[in-house]
Ligand binder design. Structure first.
Ligand code: FES
Length: 191
């Protein structure tokens, strides 16, 4: 018997390769990574997932930056918990990064690599960050991903901005849906 045709959107539900490919593409779209309340103090950081990859978002003074959670040296995860506060220092060989993701402190750099950290110019993979109300969005840079968050959200931007500006500590509710995320979306469309 022939298999019934499967809608394109449903492919990633059952095909692991399609799922990974889809996740990787989604990493270039603005995605909610957290809320500003969690990074309100200098040095606060949170870990999140973007396009199936681990990332972290951190406050440096009055700016919020994001990076893939992978050391430029040997890919060790820089953040091994969900949240915290402190400089970006890899737990493996102690490379230290600045707010632009540049490795500015590398133990024994001239002895190991024959150059200074500045000359080595090793960098973390950046995540573009933008906010709407208290929501922090991020995306991996891409030649095709040029629109601002405001353009991406269109008419929804001021609505979300008004709805999601949290004055005090947020009330958190967590609900894990043991299904592909698209099924939840499709159900809301049905409703
Ligand atoms: S893997 Fe991070 S410093 Fe070596």
């Amino acid at each position: 018997m022939n298999e019934p045709p499967r809608a394109n959107w449903a492919r990633a539900l059952v095909d692991d390769r399609e799922f990974k490919h889809e996740q990787s593409r989604l990493g270039h779209f603005w995605t909610v990574l957290g809320i500003t309340h969690d990074v309100k103090n200098d040095g606060d950081w949170i870990r999140a997932t973007l396009g199936g990859r681990s990332v972290f978002v951190q406050r440096f003074g009055d700016t919020i930056r994001g990076f893939e959670n992978r050391c430029a040296h040997r890919s060790f995860p820089l953040r091994t918990e969900d949240k915290g506060n402190g400089p970006v220092v890899c737990g493996f060989h102690h490379w230290r990064y600045d707010k632009d993701g540049r490795a500015v402190g590398i133990p024994m750099c001239p002895e190991m690599f024959g150059v200074t950290p500045r000359e080595l110019d090793a960098k973390l993979n950046p995540v573009e960050i933008a906010t709407c109300g208290s929501l922090i969005f991020g995306r991996f840079p891409d030649d095709g991903a040029t629109g601002s968050l405001e353009e991406f959200l269109g008419e929804g931007f001021p609505i979300l901005d008004a709805m999601c500006t949290i004055a005090g500590p947020p009330n958190r509710h967590k609900c894990v849906v043991k299904a592909n995320w698209k099924l939840s979306i499709q159900i809301t469309l049905d409703d």
